[in-house]
Ligand binder design. Structure first.
Ligand SMILES: [Zn+2]
Length: 355
C-alpha cells in the first residue's frame, strides 16, 4: 500500500469514525439531559451530559479537519468534482444546519461548565430536543455522503464561469443544432427502441473510457449548454459547446470507430463516431477541417486527432467552437438516431476518476 493510498484510507476512516463518535455523543447528551429532569434531580446526569457533549465536540473537530483535508488536500476526488455535485451541497447544507442548531446549546453548556449559569429545566429540555434533531440530521448527512460516493447527484446543469458565457455574442441565432436542418441530420429525436432508463451500466463503461475531446480543457470549468434553449427557445441544445481557438486539435473522446463524415448546412463539417461498446454515438460539429486521411469506418483510439475546431455550418465566425453531442443507441449503423445524453456530467466524472 503506497503512502497516498494510506493517507486517503486513513482520512476516510477517521471521517467515518468521527461521525460515529459524534452520533454517540449527541445521542448520549440527549439521554443524559432527559435523565437529569427526573425526580429527584441527579447531578451526575448533568455531568454525563457534559462528558457526552465533549465527545460530540471532539467528533465535530475531527470531522471538519478530515473533511477539509479531503476536500482541498487533493487526496480524494478533485475539489471541482465535489463542487459540481448536488449531493455535496445537500451535505454542506445539513452541516450548516447542524452548526446553526448547535450554537445556542454550545454557549449554554459552556456557561454550565464554567459555573456562570445553572442548568434550568427549560434549557435542559430544549437542548435535549435540539440534540435529537441533530442526530436525525447527522444520519441524513450519512445518507447524502453515501449517495455522493455512488456518484449520484452530479449536476446536470452545473454552471461554469468560463468559455461560452464569457464569449457572449454566441446567441441563439448563431448556433443551430445540425439536426434541425432540413431533416438531414439528427442525433436528436428520442427513439423509442432505446430505453434510456434501462441501463446505467453502459454509461459507467463509457465514463471509464471517455475523455475531453480538447486537450487542456477542464470539464469542471465549462458551462453546460445541454439544456440551453436554441432556435428562439423552441428546442433544447442537447449538446455541449466547447469554445476554443480556431484550429485547436479535436481528439477522439473515446476509442471506437468513425461512423460517418458528414456535412450539413447547420453542423458544417461533422464527425459521427461510435464508442468501443457501440452503445453510443459521439458527434463533433463545426470542424474547420478533418484530420488528414480520416475516413468512414476507420478505427479510433481515444485521443486520436480527428480534426480541428472551426465555425463551419451555422456557427459564428467570431466564436469558433466544438459542438459535441452524445447519444445512446441500439444500432450505431443508424448514426443519425439515438437518445441525446448530456456529455458534460460524464466527462466531469471521468476526469474526477482519472485524478
Ligand atoms: Zn452547439
Amino acid at each position: 500500500m503506497n503512502q497516498a493510498l494510506l493517507i486517503r484510507a486513513s482520512l476516510a476512516w477517521l471521517h467515518l469514525v468521527a461521525l460515529g463518535i459524534g452520533l454517540g455523543g449527541v445521542w448520549g447528551r440527549a439521554r443524559a439531559l432527559h435523565d437529569s429532569l427526573r425526580e429527584p434531580p441527579d447531578a451526575r446526569s448533568i455531568r454525563r451530559a457534559l462528558v457526552a457533549d465533549t465527545w460530540w465536540g471532539i467528533a465535530a473537530g475531527l470531522w471538519i479537519i478530515t473533511g477539509l483535508w479531503r476536500l482541498f488536500g487533493g487526496t480524494e476526488k478533485s475539489t471541482a468534482y465535489y463542487l459540481a455535485n448536488h449531493a455535496f451541497y445537500a451535505k454542506m447544507a445539513l452541516f450548516v444546519a447542524i452548526l446553526a442548531l448547535e450554537a445556542w446549546p454550545m454557549v449554554t453548556l459552556i456557561k454550565w461548565r464554567t459555573g456562570k449559569a445553572e442548568p434550568h429545566a427549560r434549557d435542559v429540555g430544549r437542548i435535549e430536543v435540539i440534540s435529537y434533531v441533530e442526530c436525525a440530521l447527522v444520519i441524513t448527512m450519512v445518507l447524502t455522503a453515501v449517495s455522493m460516493a455512488r456518484g449520484l447527484g452530479m449536476a446536470a446543469g452545473s454552471k461554469g464561469d468560463l468559455t461560452s458565457d464569457s464569449l457572449s455574442g454566441l446567441g441563439d441565432s448563431i448556433e443551430v443544432a445540425p439536426r434541425e436542418s432540413a431533416g438531414d441530420l439528427p442525433v436528436s429525436k428520442p427513439v423509442d427502441h432505446t430505453p434510456a432508463s434501462s441501463s446505467t451500466g453502459d454509461v459507467d463503461v463509457l465514463t471509464s473510457e471517455i475523455a475531453m475531446p480538447l486537450a487542456g480543457v477542464d470539464p469542471a470549468k465549462i458551462h453546460d449548454s445541454f439544456n440551453d434553449l436554441r432556435g428562439g427557445g423552441v428546442r433544447r441544445h442537447e449538446a455541449l459547446d466547447i469554445m476554443a481557438p480556431r484550429r485547436t486539435p479535436i481528439l477522439a473522446a473515446a476509442a471506437g470507430k468513425v461512423l460517418k463524415l458528414f456535412t450539413s448546412k447547420a453542423g458544417g463539417l461533422m464527425v459521427y463516431a461510435a464508442d468501443s461498446s457501440e452503445r453510443f454515438v459521439l458527434m463533433y460539429a463545426h470542424l474547420d477541417a478533418y484530420a488528414d486521411g480520416l475516413r468512414n469506418d476507420q478505427p479510433l483510439q481515444r485521443g486520436q486527432l480527428i480534426g480541428y475546431v472551426g465555425s463551419t455550418g451555422n456557427a459564428s465566425p467570431n466564436a469558433p467552437h466544438l459542438h459535441f453531442a452524445l447519444a445512446r443507441t441500439d444500432n450505431v449503423a443508424e448514426w443519425w438516431k439515438g437518445t441525446p445524453i448530456d456529455p458534460l456530467p460524464i466527462l466531469q466524472r471521468a476526469a474526477a476518476i482519472a485524478h
